[in-house]
Write a protein that binds this ligand. Structure first.
Ligand SMILES: Nc1ncnc2c1ncn2[C@@H]1O[C@H](COP(=O)(O)OP(=O)(O)OP(=O)(O)O)[C@@H](O)[C@H]1O
Length: 254
């Protein structure tokens, strides 16, 4: 590998290029060779049965997991290149998990301000102004001074989304962001995701919300047993699935 290999290498229209991605935990190979390209502004939903490798796939996209084999190129940075500064790459990527992991002793606004200030991307004043704007964007402008304990699950998740947006990412990864929520709060969080999709954010969304996948995504990927079994537009995948495994899965969940 040369020094220059740490520089961006991909086309700016392709945000994420995954080729031959394998991930094993010991002898257990949970990703068995995934090939996916995701374009700028594309919204991709990843669906599939429990244990099929969806979260592991997502976590490989910002190297929360070490990649066993294959390549993952994000915003032109090859994550398998040891010279690539992963913290720098992660500044392009916002990630939202099932559990919100907010700091309980900080207000909603302080949680949102934290990363830009800590990484010196913004002064405190700038981060405060941006944080307030982002809380308003997710419908929580009036909750800026509330501590997480005084917010509902859906509100906490919306703070977590605002926190991810505070680093001004150009890719957002959502790992079952609504799975821990009471049903009545799912809609308010999905609405924030819809708004982000409308604004042209590149998004990869691991979800069990088939209605959301159907309505919002540009492309749906169906995974099973560590493989991409089938992918297509929502109309193709939900309306006319080709693979028996996809058909069986959709029969169960729709
Ligand atoms: N840190 C880990 N160590 C060992 N095995 C793991 C680890 N993380 C995940 N696995 C295994 O990898 C497989 C895929 O898990 P993953 O969480 O990616 O599936 P998933 O499709 O997201 O499932 P779900 O829909 O239930 O969240 C599972 O068999 C799981 O037990």
């Amino acid at each position: 590998m040369t020094e220059s290999s740490a520089a961006p290498v991909a086309s700016p229209t392709i945000k994420i290029q995954v080729s031959g991605l394998k991930k094993a935990y010991g002898d257990n190979e949970v990703l068995k060779g995934i090939d996916v390209d995701i374009a700028n502004g594309e919204v991709v939903c990843v669906i599939g049965p429990s244990g099929s490798g969806k979260s592991t796939f997502l976590r490989c996209l910002n190297k929360l997991e070490d990649i066993t084999d294959g390549t993952v190129i994000v915003d032109g940075y090859d994550l398998t290149d040891k010279k690539v500064d992963i913290d720098k790459v992660r500044q392009h990527i916002g990630m939202v998990f099932q559990h919100f992991n907010l700091f309980p002793h900080m207000t909603a606004l302080e949680n949102v301000m934290l990363a830009p200030v800590q990484t010196k991307r913004a002064t405190k004043e700038e981060a405060r102004a941006t944080g307030q704007r982002l809380l308003e964007q997710v419908g929580l402008g009036e909750k800026a001074n509330a501590k997480p304990a005084n917010l509902s699950g859906g509100q906490k998740q919306r703070v977590a989304i605002a926190r991810a947006l505070a680093m001004n990412p150009d890719i957002m990864l959502f790992d079952e962001a609504t799975s821990a929520l009471d049903p009545e709060m799912v809609g308010e969080v999905l609405q924030v995701l819809r708004d982000l999709a409308d604004q042209g954010m590149t998004m990869v969304v691991v979800t069990h919300e088939m209605g959301f996948a159907r309505e919002v995504s540009d492309r749906v990927i169906f995974m099973a047993d560590g493989f991409v079994v089938e992918e297509g537009t929502p109309a193709e995948l939900f309306g006319n699935p080709q693979q028996p495994r996809t058909q069986d899965f959709l029969k169960k969940v729709l």
